[in-house]
Design a protein around this ligand. Structure first.
Ligand SMILES: Cc1cc2nc3c(=O)[nH]c(=O)nc-3n(C[C@H](O)[C@H](O)[C@H](O)COP(=O)(O)OP(=O)(O)OC[C@H]3O[C@@H](n4cnc5c(N)ncnc54)[C@H](O)[C@@H]3O)c2cc1C
Length: 406
């Protein structure tokens, strides 16, 4: 990747993260993917040096940096060879804690976030549901206030929840006022930061077998009258959707960075192979049919890189309290930039990974050469946390002013 134009902080983050990740070899990630074993050691190493709090306030033990620096961190983790699995083993701790940091009371912030930063606790993110999918506003999980006002009971199902087997906390979106009783479907949802304790009654997680990123578990989660205390509620009851959006925009920027990291590492491996592999008396990379696809994939990654760091910068500068805060940056502008960046970075990563596999011939398909793993992983940024189609629906309607298509 071309490094001109990045800030000193971003470059410092990149150097430091590469250094930590150099302790985790390609074979470590290959083995963890094949054995579906969680990369606890990476989480521990990043926590030890304070990186989990990169975008959380300094008074809580965080670094007080922004999503621009956090995106660089996640990109670098992926680009080190850890791929999406490495990045996903920590990314909820970075983005899902953003709305907690912004909307919790000072007391909640201190109690909830210090132990995430230290690595003692881990967070998962509970939004997607099996029966409503991308139609988030129709989600069915309910949090019903207890009669004595001490808390809520949660009932419902979530799906695809990453790291639920190892998490101690969950950012949960649940309905507190029935859909029929609210003026707009975005009302009546509340955001909670709950204890995720699988030993307690009413909570169960079942692992889902998946295509890539197998080192990190994905789960179906079942709540049945699971009790949570009143102070798990973050911000005001009924305003959870607005609150959680702050985490969602940050997540899109981070995931765009992770996609870039996958694309750049795939091209690095493929270029190296194409220089060394001799067929018909010369390196395969001397053939334009090998060289040009890799070169054009690189340029697409570079373009997506600009979109990604532009989006992260807008996110940061729209945040009150940021050193370069600009009140004229609307949440709409942030949403357009973060969604667009996630879209173009995911597509660029897919092209880079697919071409890397193809340019390496049979060895592209061999697990020991790693690019097949990157290809399997790069589908995730294309379909999550929001699909390509829903991003195009959003841009078509909300940017181009076309009629709503669904
Ligand atoms: C590996 C992995 C990890 C994940 N981790 C988490 C997590 O930690 N927490 C969490 O909450 N979620 C997580 N997710 C869930 C992810 O965000 C969802 O899978 C994603 O939002 C898509 O939802 P869905 O699978 O229900 O798709 P559906 O809503 O069923 O959609 C299926 C397809 O139909 C298309 N479609 C639907 N409606 C329209 C329309 N109106 N116009 C055009 N196309 C449409 C979609 O674009 C998509 O291609 C994860 C998913 C994966 C695969």
């Amino acid at each position: 990747m071309e490094l001109s134009g990045f800030s000193e902080e971003q470059l410092t983050v990149r150097d430091a993260i590469f250094k930590i990740c150099s302790n985790f070899s390609d074979d470590y990630w290959l083995d963890h993917d094949q054995t579906e074993t969680y990369p606890h050691e990476l989480h521990k190493a990043l926590a030890k040096d304070g990186w989990l709090g990169i975008a959380l306030p300094e008074e809580l033990g965080g670094a007080g940096l922004g999503i621009s620096e956090a995106t660089m961190m996640l990109q670098t983790i992926a680009e080190s060879g850890a791929g999406l699995a490495g990045a996903q083993s920590i990314h909820a701790n970075v983005y899902a804690t953003q709305p907690v940091s912004k909307f919790a009371t000072p007391d909640q912030r201190g109690r909830f976030l210090r132990r995430i930063i230290s690595g003692e606790w881990r967070t998962c993110f509970g939004v997607t549901e099996p029966n409503t999918g991308l139609e988030t506003l129709k989600l069915k999980t309910t949090a019903t206030p207890a009669a004595d006002g001490s808390g809520y009971t949660v009932t419902g199902q979530k799906i695809w929840i990453s790291s639920a087997q190892v998490a101690t906390k969950m950012v949960l979106l649940a309905r507190t006022t029935p859909l029929e009783e609210v003026k707009k479907p975005s009302e009546g949802l509340s955001m909670f930061y709950i204890d995720f304790d699988l030993t307690k009654p009413g909570l169960e997680a079942k692992r889902i077998k998946k295509m890539g990123g197998r080192a990190v578990d994905a789960n179906q989660v079942f709540f049945e009258n699971y009790e949570i205390p009143k102070d798990s509620l973050i911000g005001k009851e009924g305003e959870g959707f607005k609150i959680i959006l702050h985490g969602m925009n940050a997540e899109r920027a981070l995931l765009a960075g992770e996609a870039l990291g996958l694309g750049y590492i795939a091209l690095k491996k493929a270029s190296q192979y194409a220089k060394e592999r001799i067929v018909f008396g010369r390196p395969i990379g001397q053939n334009q049919a090998i060289q040009h696809p890799l070169a054009s994939a690189y340029m697409h990654l570079e373009a997506a890189k600009l979109a990604t760091y532009h989006a992260a910068r807008l996110y940061d500068r729209s945040t009150p309290g940021h050193k370069d805060h600009d009140a004229s940056i609307t949440q709409h502008a942030v949403g357009v930039a973060c969604n667009s960046a996630k879209y173009v970075a995911a597509e660029a990563a897919f092209v880079a990974c697919e071409r890397s596999v193809m340019s390496m011939g049979g060895m592209g398909y061999a697990a020991d050469y790693h690019v097949e793993r990157y290809l399997r992983e790069c589908f995730v940024p294309r379909l999550a946390p929001v699909s390509r189609e829903m991003i195009m629906n959003f841009v078509g309607e909300r940017v181009l002013g076309l009629p709503r298509s669904y």
